[in-house]
Ligand binder design. Structure first.
Ligand SMILES: *[C@@H]1O[C@H](CO)[C@@H](O)[C@H](O)[C@H]1NC(C)=O
Ligand SMILES: *[C@@H]1O[C@H](CO)[C@@H](O)[C@H](O)[C@H]1NC(C)=O
Ligand SMILES: *[C@@H]1O[C@H](CO)[C@@H](O)[C@H](O)[C@H]1NC(C)=O
Ligand SMILES: *[C@@H]1O[C@H](CO)[C@@H](O)[C@H](O)[C@H]1NC(C)=O
Ligand SMILES: *[C@@H]1O[C@H](CO)[C@@H](O)[C@H](O)[C@H]1NC(C)=O
Ligand SMILES: *[C@@H]1O[C@H](CO)[C@@H](O)[C@H](O)[C@H]1NC(C)=O
Ligand SMILES: *[C@@H]1O[C@H](CO)[C@@H](O)[C@H](O)[C@H]1NC(C)=O
Ligand SMILES: *[C@@H]1O[C@H](CO)[C@@H](O)[C@H](O)[C@H]1NC(C)=O
Ligand SMILES: *[C@@H]1O[C@H](CO)[C@@H](O)[C@H](O)[C@H]1NC(C)=O
Ligand SMILES: *[C@@H]1O[C@H](CO)[C@@H](O)[C@H](O)[C@H]1NC(C)=O
Ligand SMILES: *[C@@H]1O[C@H](CO)[C@@H](O)[C@H](O)[C@H]1NC(C)=O
Length: 481
């Protein structure tokens, strides 16, 4: 497409001093080109070089690939500056918190004027938390590393999320994320595989040492935001869940590498939370908690807010997490979770491949979940449904708030060398129905390994080893979607 466009740059020079001979030549050229390229009205636009292409082109780095349907237009930004223009020093020691905050305040003014891009060049840029703005691109060039401050005061404590009612780990407020945004539109965070390193060890130690005062911050959190692309970067060592889109719509997260030590507590990779139209694909994730976990708020706070997570695709994720799962649904799911597709995933050396977590008091629902083509190696429990361990925000939770689970289709699964067959433990008195397994092969299990099912119903076909009786449809009409 790009190469087909005629280049009028050189020709334009002649408009200043047109000669008859030249104009005749020019219009002949235009006429010929118009005949060649008739379908797109690009020629008139090309005559006015001030009008830039609004094509969200690959060259500008905003390429959502097969997630494209999830995003609106993200045009090239008109105003591009470097963090160095704001006095930042990339020595890994100097605090650049003021520079990043100044840059964002300055660039905010271009939101209505074509948008702005902040480039972070090669170097190590230490900073505390800063807020993004709308119509904005944060671009990390090759070799650029943003380092999270080791001073907790540089991650100020903010209000708890309304759908959680309190910090997830501690009562009251929570530390803001290193990179934060609230109420934004059209944001791109990308680059040439630059790195954002939260240097989370200090936070993990506060957790291990039981001296953490407020809930840890995320590496990147966007709230109430729309039309977001996060791509082509490496995120390291988040203090807590790494990428947390909450109350967001139209979010694409692709071509990301997310790493944390395998024992780093609660370092989930990507947690779409009360968000809709989210596409996550082609990411490699290795961490101390779920690679991807879909959530929607916690007990009575999530029920009250009633903001579901829906229309989510998670595709071609690979990685490992020794104590948690490849993909988790819940345990916070009180606002409801529906229409989620997880496919083409590869997980190894993990505690679970797919895990649906819920509990009494959660309320909400999980419906219409499709999980297809998952390959697992040495995953302890390949597929697991579990109820929680009395994990509630406070005494205000409602014991009558029972979650509803309906329509979970799990197909084309191969698991090698698991230690257990699927464990499906529903909640007593709740309905966990329409749980459907098709073409599930678990190889290398001990001969005594058997499915464990409690308070669930559904059906199976082509499943090995033989499923529990609750999932044998006994010839009744298919319960699979
Ligand atoms: C963002 O840019 C769009 C045009 O692309 C404009 O309509 C909108 O007002 C801008 N929003 C903000 C918050 O700057
Ligand atoms: C960032 O935004 C949050 C609210 O979303 C606010 O509490 C905080 O003060 C802001 N930080 C800066 C540096 O402006
Ligand atoms: C993604 O990162 C790679 C490796 O650094 C780089 O070559 C490529 O240009 C980046 N792609 C985009 C769209 O920025
Ligand atoms: C990006 O960098 C990470 C960490 O160095 C590396 O593992 C990954 O392969 C790189 N990705 C690409 C596309 O080059
Ligand atoms: C946690 O405790 C260890 C051992 O007592 C100590 O070395 C470390 O500095 C503590 N870390 C934090 C962040 O308090
Ligand atoms: C389910 O979500 C996908 C996007 O992931 C969307 O294309 C589709 O229309 C949604 N289906 C329903 C029934 O809403
Ligand atoms: C299944 O997923 C793997 C990635 O884990 C992919 O390579 C393969 O092409 C997928 N198979 C099908 C039939 O789509
Ligand atoms: C689930 O899918 C069924 C069948 O397409 C539909 O009737 C139902 O409304 C969906 N439920 C939710 C919560 O999306
Ligand atoms: C069963 O699933 C595996 C893994 O995705 C796939 O390779 C195989 O072709 C499937 N078999 C059938 C009969 O669909
Ligand atoms: C599974 O276990 C067998 C026997 O220990 C071993 O030979 C094989 O390499 C293992 N395969 C995988 C994928 O772990
Ligand atoms: C299916 O049949 C088995 C025994 O063959 C029985 O134990 C099980 O309860 C039946 N399941 C349903 C849903 O009727």
């Amino acid at each position: 497409m790009e190469s087909e466009k005629p280049n009028f740059g050189a020709v334009m020079v002649y408009f200043k001093k047109p000669s008859w001979a030249f104009l005749v030549l020019l219009f002949t050229v235009i006429a010929v080109l118009s005949l060649q390229i008739t379908t797109k009205a690009i020629i008139p636009f090309q005559l006015f070089p001030v009008l830039r292409s609004s094509n969200p082109d690959v060259a500008s780095g905003f390429d959502p690939g097969s997630c494209a349907g999830f995003l609106g237009e993200l045009p090239e930004r008109k105003h591009v500056m470097s963090i160095k223009d704001f006095g930042a020093i990339g020595d890994g020691k100097t605090s650049n918190t003021a520079a990043f905050r100044k840059a964002l305040v300055y660039m905010q003014r271009f939101g209505e004027k074509g948008g702005a891009q902040l480039n972070v060049p090669k170097g190590k840029w230490l900073t505390g938390s800063f807020n993004l703005t709308s119509n904005f691109t944060l671009f990390l060039e090759q070799g650029a590393v943003i380092l999270g401050s080791q001073d907790p005061e540089e991650w100020p404590v903010v209000e708890p999320l309304p759908s959680y009612g309190r910090g997830r780990e501690r009562l009251g407020g929570r530390h803001i994320s290193l990179i934060h945004g609230d109420g934004l539109i059209n944001v791109v965070i990308t680059g040439q595989n630059g790195t954002i390193d939260g240097q989370g060890r200090m936070w993990w130690e506060l957790w291990w040492n039981r001296t953490l005062k407020h809930t840890r911050g995320h590496l990147l959190e966007l709230m109430n935001s729309h039309n977001i692309l996060i791509s082509n970067l490496t995120f390291l060592n988040s203090p807590f869940w790494t990428i947390h889109p909450i109350y967001c719509s139209n979010v694409v997260i692709k071509d990301m590498t997310i790493l944390a030590p395998l024992n780093a507590p609660n370092t989930d990779g990507i947690d779409p939370d009360s968000s809709t139209n989210v596409c996550i694909e082609d990411c490699y994730i290795e961490s101390g908690d779920d690679l991807v976990a879909v959530k929607s708020g916690w007990d009575q706070y999530g029920i009250r807010m009633a903001r579901p997570s829906s229309n989510i695709i998670v595709r071609r994720i690979s990685g490992t997490t020794p104590t948690c799962s490849g993909v988790g649904i819940g345990s916070e799911m009180s606002g409801g979770i529906f229409n989620v597709t997880i496919e083409d995933m590869h997980v190894w050396n993990s505690a679970a491949g797919v895990r649906i977590k819920t509990d009494t008091g959660r309320g909400g629902y999980i419906a219409n979940i499709t999980i297809n083509n998952i390959t697992m190696e040495r995953v302890k429990i390949p597929i697991r449904v579990s109820r929680g361990s009395n994990d509630h925000p406070d005494d205000g939770w409602d014991p009558k708030a029972i979650p509803k689970i309906k329509g979970i289709v799990i197909s084309n699964i191969v698991s090698l060398n698991s230690t257990k067959a699927p464990v499906l433990a529903g909640v007593q008195g709740a309905s966990f129905e329409g749980i459907c397994f098709k073409n599930v092969t678990l190889l290398g299990l001990a001969p005594t390994a058997a499915w464990h099912c409690e308070f669930v119903s559904g059906c199976t076909s082509a499943v090995f080893p033989l499923p529990c009786p609750q999932l044998q449809n006994n010839g009744s009409s298919a319960c699979c979607l």
